[in-house]
Structures are given as C-alpha cells and as structure tokens.
Design a protein around this ligand. Sequence first.
Ligand code: DNO
Length: 351
Amino acid sequence: MKSSFRWYGESDPVTLQEIRQIPGVKHIVSAVYDVKPGEVWPKESIKKMVDECAENGLIFDVVESIPVTEEIKLGRPERDRHIENYCENIRRCAKYGIKCVTYNFMPVFDWTRTQLDKKAADGSTSLVMYWSQLKNLDPLHDDIHLPGWDSSYSQEEVRSLIKAYGELGEEGLWKNIEYFLKRVIPVAEECGIVMALHPDDPPYPIFGLPRVITCEKNLDRYLSIVDSPSNTLCLCTGSLGCSKENDIPRLTRKYSAMHRIGFMHLRNVRILEDGSFEEAGHLSQGGSLDMNAIVKALTDTGFDGYFRPDHGRMIWDEVDSGARAGYGLYDRALGCAYLNGLIEANGGSIE
Ligand code: DNO
C-alpha cells in the first residue's frame, strides 16, 4: 500500500522537508486552496505543487478535496456549471499525475466538533464532539459557532441552507448524489482517476441536516449507483467509527476485497457512553477501534491503495491555529510509525 500525508501547501507550518523524513511516506495529499468551490483550478497551481513535492522526493498524487458545492448537493440551477468545472478539475489533475481524488457529500458542515483543544490527562489536546455542548444549539433560531466553520457561512446563510436541506430530505439528497456520480465517474474513469468518497463525520444527522454516507447499507447504495472501479470509498475509520453500529474491521475487509477502497484514513476514536466522542491517538488501547484488526483486513485483502494517518493530537507544545485542527506534525508522524509497525507485522508492505 502507499503511505501518504496531508499537506496544506506553502502556508502549512509542517514542511515537505519534515514530511519526507517520516519513515514510509512518499505521497502527498493536498489541494488547490485559493480557488472558490465550484470554480476551475489553474493548471499552474497544480503543477507548482507537483514540482515542489518532486523537488523534495515526494509525489503529489492524492487530492483532498475537490469540494462538491452546496449547489450540486441541493440540485440548484448552478449545479451543471459546477459539475462541468468539477470534471474539468479532474481532467487537469489527471494531466499532472493525480491518481486519487477525495471528496464528501456532507451538507453545509464537513466534520463537526464542539471543541478543538480538549485537554487530556497527559496534557495533549484533541478534537471532541460532546452532545452536552451540541444539544442546546438550535441553528434556526440561535447563532451557532462551530469551531472550524465559523467563517465559512454567515448565520443567515447557515439558516437558509439548513431550511433548504430540510425540504430536500434524504431521498432528495440521494437523487442529487446520483446526478453528480453519473456525470463525474465516467470522466474520472476515462482519466484513470479513482474518486474516493469520505463518509459523513460524524455518521448521523446533525441539526436535522440529512446525512446519508453513514452506514453499510448506504455505502452499498452509493457504490451501486455507478458500478465502476473509479467509484470508491475513502474509508475514514475515525469518522465511520464514531457510530458503534459500524464494524470497521469488517467493513474494511468487505470493501477492500471488492476493490472499492481508494483511500484509507486510519485513526482511532473514543466513543463515550452518550455517543459523544473524542479523537484519541492512533493506538488501539486509546480508543474504541481495533486498529490492528483494521490493518490486518487491509493486508489480508492485498490492499494496494493509499492510506494516511488521520488527525493527530497536539503534543510536545506544537501550536494549532485552529484552521487546520488535527493536522500537526508530531502525533501524525507517530501515527505513521505505529501504522508501519502494524503493516509490517501483518505481512503487508509499503511501496
Ligand atoms: C478532516 C477530513 C475531512 C476530509 C473531507 C474530504 O480532517 O478528514 O475534512 O478531508 O471530508 O472531502
């Protein structure tokens, strides 16, 4: 399998020089960040990142993400133009050597947390979602401040989007997913790109917004809409694993055996009694997931796609600006080292 690491480009305090020293990591996961969702990425921007990575002995070949706009998710009139631009971005990425594109279909908010710097007993901090902090929020009447998303939309925009999704409902969202996939997957297939869908994080409705990429039944439904090797999952263990219903080692084995995992996000999560959760370090004993069973499912099925450590805690006085919560260097690098050990011990190999 291929070991990768997320890098936010030039403005990332984590440098490519640092990343290349993490054992096993050869691939960079990134995106063009200065273009509005729905618009076309300049070729020069993609090329510049590819070149910069190559100068540092790394390969930029995984994109996370090309965002799917609310217009596409809601099926609004602008969607055809946005989908055309999406396809053009896929073609451009392919031209510069990208092999895998990650994306998600979450309405309004991508990942949802209530605090980004919850201190653990050992002094490390991590992202958490506590129902006690979330349940009193009513975004239709109150101003909500979700850490990480405060500046994305105005309160008015959030309200009108939540109303629009309420009217759309789950089946409406499925229709729009189908519309998108039927246009985008054939282009990806033609260009040799694998599209990897990130699950909803957490995998259940929040604020009444429909969320459908949440469980086995719905993942099966998603994959069956377009039965193509280019229509795959970004199986994020920490996101899907926030729900006790999802048996992550079994799902990993199943979808890997079907060759429908393009990208693995490997991270642990600790589920609390009331369904709240805390992002733990990668080690199995720190959280609710059996990380070894997950890696074993990959090695047993000959998984040869990309994986990356997912969010790390903040440790060793590393400072997190909040803008890229979970993406410091140290704990993610520790995650890589741990995953390397699990892969090797299970007879797998890192290309
Ligand atoms: C969080 C990430 C997600 C992921 C997107 C993919 O840190 O795992 O934000 O990048 O959902 O579209």
